[in-house]
Design a binder for this molecule. Structure first.
Ligand code: NAI
Length: 338
């Protein structure tokens, strides 16, 4: 039998945590034959609720679940993990400015970055979900200098899936027929959902570009983009809660592809550490880009795409927002330590 994979989920008592632990323990991410040790971390006030999640997980009698740990102890949670799915974060409360949210979360991700550095395997793969996800991810990566920066990613797969679903809905097909959408930049309303390189397969017809299939540039450059950018807010408005089922599904897609690789000829979108070498995006940002992943879990940026002037402007706008967030977060962290 394969050696067990130890997977940490933080914020395990929250809404996403509740939807996420089932597919992981059910073998939907790492395969049915792969035993997993699920580690659930939440703050001390929530530990009773986490224990309830443990009871339910046990009662599911799942094929891949070998072990469960529920804890509010950071050292216990981060020790020897293979995957860290960092969902837990301070929610934005009424009257809170974006900067206040950034500050509250900067502290959490500083602590968790240090814990990764000290207690986790150097090969640990990290996915940051808690918002602001890109900047939280950069903080964690910076505070974990002994772990390669390429091991730090943030979730933009939900946005990627939303883009595919919008195109599919427009064409009356299912979302799996849409390939190679891209989310550029920040997981925020400045993100740039780009389908100018995407393709679709409709019935028996040969594959064609999304632009040819949709035949409506005004929609593709207008409502399509804003719908994807504002989808999170639309869900909050309707549910009075942020997306959880679709976020958990996207997390599973992200980790499954990072573990097994992307399908042949298809890239996906991930927030990755920008080295400054791709698409003129500044170094030292976590920026979402198109990546291919091989069956060893190594990813490579698709770096040969032509970028129109309109795309360039949108890519730069979201990069500028990330630069400002980085500045605010690190100014705060430096002020705190001096
Ligand atoms: P939630 O509020 O239901 O749960 C968050 C959980 O995190 C709570 O149980 C809380 O106690 C816990 N937590 C807070 N601080 C913690 C810490 N220091 N260590 C461990 N646990 C901690 O929130 P929900 O709906 O599960 O969302 C979680 C995060 O994911 C939010 O920041 C949300 O904005 C973000 N999100 C990101 C998406 C993306 O695509 N990147 C999509 C949807 C949500």
């Amino acid at each position: 039998m394969a050696k067990e994979i130890k997977v940490l989920v933080t914020g395990a008592a929250g809404q996403i945590g509740y939807s996420l632990v089932f597919p992981i323990a059910n073998g939907d991410v790492f395969g049915k034959d792969q035993p997993v040790h699920v580690v659930l971390l939440d703050i001390p006030q929530m530990i009773e609720a986490v224990k309830g999640v443990v009871l339910e997980l046990q009662d599911c009698a799942l094929p891949s679940l070998k072990n469960i740990t529920a804890t509010s102890d950071v050292q216990e949670a981060f020790t020897d993990i293979d995957y860290a799915i960092l969902v837990g974060a301070m929610p934005r409360r009424q009257g809170m400015e974006r900067k206040d949210l950034l500050k509250a979360n900067a502290k959490i991700f500083e602590q968790q970055g240090k814990a990764l550095d000290t207690y986790s395997k150097k090969t640990v793969k990290v996915l940051v979900v808690g918002n602001p996800a890109n900047t939280n991810c950069l903080i964690a990566a910076t505070c974990a200098p002994s772990i390669p920066k390429k091991n730090f990613t943030c979730l933009t797969r939900l946005d990627h899936n939303r883009a595919k679903a919008q195109i599919a809905g427009r064409l009356g097909i299912t979302a799996n027929c849409v390939e190679n959408a891209i989310i550029w930049g920040n997981h925020s309303s400045t993100q740039y959902p780009d389908v100018s390189h995407a393709s679709v397969k409709i019935g028996d017809k040969p594959k064609q570009s999304v632009v040819e299939a949709v035949k409506d540039d005004a929609w593709l450059n207008g409502d399509f983009i804003t719908t994807v950018q504002k989808r999170g807010a639309a869900i909050i408005e309707a549910r009075k809660l942020s997306s959880a089922m679709s976020a958990a599904k996207a997390i599973c897609d992200h980790i499954r592809d990072w573990h097994f690789g992307t399908p042949a000829g298809q890239w996906t979108s991930m927030g990755i550490y920008s080295t400054g070498k791709f698409y003129e995006i500044a170094e030292n940002l976590i920026y979402s880009m198109p990546v291919y992943i091989d069956d060893q879990g190594c990813y490579k940026v698709e770096d040969g795409l032509s970028i129109s002037d309109a795309s360039r402007a949108r890519m730069d706008a979201t990069a500028n927002e990330l630069l400002a967030e980085r500045n605010d977060a690190f100014t705060f962290l430096q002020g705190q330590s001096s």
